[in-house]
Every structure is written in C-alpha cells, then in structure tokens.
Ligand binder design. Sequence first.
Ligand code: COA
Length: 180
Amino acid sequence: MKNIVTERLVLRPWEDTDVDFVFDLYSRWVVQRFIGAEPRVMESRSEAVERVARFRAIDHPVHGIWAVTSKADGRPVGTLLLKPIPASGQEPLQPSGDVEIGWHFHPDHWGGGFASEAAAAVLGHAFAGGLDHVVAVTNPANEASQSVCRRIGMKHLGPSKKYYNATCELFVAKNPASLR
Ligand SMILES: CC(C)(COP(=O)(O)OP(=O)(O)OC[C@H]1O[C@@H](n2cnc3c(N)ncnc32)[C@H](O)[C@@H]1OP(=O)(O)O)[C@@H](O)C(=O)NCCC(=O)NCCS
C-alpha cells in the first residue's frame, strides 16, 4: 500500500506503534455511536491489537485502510477506509460488488477539514486506480459524515437498505473518466 500525501496529511499503513491511538479512538462513544448496526465501544487494548492487524490485512492494489497522520507532528489523527461493502442478506454478509469509502477521526481533530481532505485524496486514488464508482453509507443521524460526503462531491441518493442490513443514507461518486 502506497502512502497518499495531501497538503496537511500523510496517509500510511498502520504500524504496531499505533495501537494506543486505535484504542483511544475506538473506545470513545462519540466516535462509535453511528458505526455499525449495533454500535459498541472498544473495551480492551487487545481488541486494538486485533484491529490494527485487520487494518493491515487488506492486500490490494487500490483498496486499503490507512492511518491518517498529521504532517506537522507525524501523529495519527484518524482512519480512512476504501474497501468492499457487504450487501444486506443472511449472515455472514456477502460482498455486494461495490466499494465503500469511510472515515473515523479522533475528536481532537474534528472541525479542521482533515476528514474531508483525506477522503478527497482517497476518492482521487480510487478513481486513478480505475474504480468505476465508490459508495458511502452513513447513519441517518450522522450529519457530520454526510457533510464530508457532500464536501468531497458525492451525490446523495437518499435512504437505502442495500448494505449491512441497515437503513443508511447512501452517497455515490462516479469516476469522472467513466462519465466521458
Ligand atoms: C465524520 C467525521 C470524520 C467528520 O469530521 P469533521 O471534523 O466534521 O469533518 P472535517 O474534517 O471535514 O471538518 C469539517 C469542518 O472543518 C472545516 N474545514 C474544512 N476545511 C478546512 C480547512 N482547510 N481548514 C480549517 N477548517 C476547515 C469545515 O468548515 C467544517 O466545519 P463545519 O462542519 O463547521 O462547516 C467525524 O465526525 C468522525 O470521525 N465521527 C465519528 C466516526 C464516524 O461517525 N464516521 C463516519 C461513519 S459513516
């Protein structure tokens, strides 16, 4: 997985030294409250160790789960995901064939445009890598995340039950190259 560099951020693979950050991030209810059908916070550091291993396990030329770090001090500020999204259906959920983009940032770094800056760069990476379209789904109450979708130019398609056995607000971005 290659690093993605923006004006203020470096998106890089996760490292063992990021475990404490991952635990701090995902043990917070404000971060977890809109994630998944039944949100729960991370309860132990060992879960964070497993999460970092899962983040690293994606081995794909375009998909990835990046640690977003600040160029200013090199420290992690959040997570950016580009990965297959499961379709609604019987458990275990099967791939839908679509790819989703997602973002989880530490509250210390909300409100400065980091999420939108990182997400725009990953969307550009997705299209440069040849993906035809990318979707994003948010909890209907997650207005901050819906704002990120809009800021990076995604189109709001309204509520959908297509993915994750949940009703989500669905956003899509088409590859400009495939629109021509
Ligand atoms: C969703 C989430 C990442 C959004 O974070 P965010 O900080 O609101 O988003 P941004 O980093 O894009 O910041 C946007 C704000 O920064 C401002 N901003 C944008 N660019 C900026 C810049 N270059 N300099 C300074 N400020 C800037 C914007 O005006 C905006 O403020 P506003 O909302 O008051 O208009 C964050 O709420 C989060 O991590 N939530 C928990 C996890 C989650 O729910 N993830 C999504 C699951 S679907």
